[in-house]
Design a protein around this ligand. Structure first.
Ligand code: P6P
Length: 339
């Protein structure tokens, strides 16, 4: 690592020195999560050689068949975070209920939520996947930690980020003072700052949505996508490009890197569900990152970070990315509501 490169540890220490956003326990938490992501990256990179591909013959609380790597990633994060004394409990897409730090270890003041391996359908076809995490503080009080302590709006997050396992392994992080990206230097085994103060362009010509669901969408989303497809002959006056990686981490990383808009909207296939993506450990951390980089994140009715959660695994409709595009989609929702 060249001396000009700043390690994750140095970045966290200097952030704390600069504006006290990263107390020692939170710095330990973030370094432990980063180390766990390195471990997961190593397992993912082995692929077939590590005997970690394929399904685990089990289902998670979502009723989704678990991949072997889903379970491995979940176990790595649990084991890495139990002993440090920085956490009171954890919650995961892969676990029905919260995991309280065992009494044999000291308890800390933070709560950690994660999707240990987002985009699992891409594992066996060697397409980018990632770990998403969100951190809250335990509410005041001397009672034991309970599930309801995790049901805080996204505005209460104290840290959020993801690690994408792609051509590079890159950790993307916010503690409320902008977004920074750290690339894993495999020779040194450490994350190195490769981009600070990430900014999303307010306009874009690129949208990301699973087009196969088009007939199930609500009118405002159909209207927006139709106009994108009409290109420069239509009301938008410009051609658009479409991407859909089916890995939220990869689609969001592209948007943080060059702009764009990502949608996984409510649709009428399962009308009782607000959407496919989960609020606490997918939409909230990604929405904070997007907003911290100058973008916007909404569910069509309200800012995602303002949503008061009612369940650990609740789902939400997600529209996020370049601010002017998200604003346009919201305008179409408002016009539809008034018609
Ligand atoms: P679909 C992955 O399973 C995930 O939760 C997100 O990472 C991704 O954006 C979405 O689901 C893909 O869903 O219906 O296109 O397979």
């Amino acid at each position: 690592m060249s001396s000009s490169r700043i390690s994750l540890t140095r970045y966290l220490v200097e952030q704390q020195r600069h504006d006290q956003r990263i107390p020692a326990q939170l710095r330990l938490l973030l370094e432990v999560v980063a180390r766990a992501c390195k471990h997961i990256s190593h397992a993912v990179n082995k692929g077939a050689l590590g005997g970690v591909l394929g399904t685990a013959e089990s289902e998670n609380v979502q009723g989704e068949v678990q991949k072997k790597l889903d379970i491995i990633a979940n176990e790595v994060l649990i084991e890495a975070n139990e002993w440090g004394g920085h956490l009171a409990a954890m919650a995961s897409e892969e676990m029905d209920t919260i995991h309280i730090v065992p009494n044999r270890y000291p308890k800390g003041e933070y709560l950690l939520m994660f999707d240990p391996l987002d985009g699992s359908s891409n594992i066996d076809v060697n397409v980018s996947i990632g770990t998403i995490f969100s951190v809250f503080k335990m509410p005041e009080g001397d009672r034991g930690v309970e599930e309801q302590d995790f049901l805080q709006p996204g505005t209460k997050q104290v840290a959020a980020g993801y690690c994408i396992y792609g051509p590079q392994t890159t950790l993307v992080l916010t503690v409320g003072d902008g977004v920074a990206m750290f690339t894993l230097d495999r020779e040194m085994g450490s994350f190195v700052l490769t981009q600070d103060d990430v900014r999303i362009p307010e306009d874009t010509k690129e949208f990301a949505v699973n087009m196969s669901n088009m007939r199930h969408w609500d009118e405002p989303v159909k209207r927006y996508v139709d106009e994108c497809l009409q290109g420069k002959e239509g009301v938008r006056g410009k051609d658009f490009n479409m991407r859909w990686i089916a890995s939220m981490v990869a689609d969001v990383h592209r948007i943080l890197t060059r702009g764009g808009v990502f949608m996984y909207p409510w649709d009428k296939r399962e009308p009782e569900k607000a959407g496919k993506l989960r609020l606490l450990y997918e939409a909230n951390p990604m929405s904070w990152l997007i907003e911290q980089a100058g973008g916007a994140a909404h569910n069509g009715q309200q800012r995602i970070l303002d949503i008061a959660p009612t369940g650990l695994h609740q789902r939400v409709s997600v529209i996020l990315g370049s601010k002017n595009e998200v604003d346009r989609i919201l305008q179409y929702h408002q016009e539809a509501a008034q018609s």
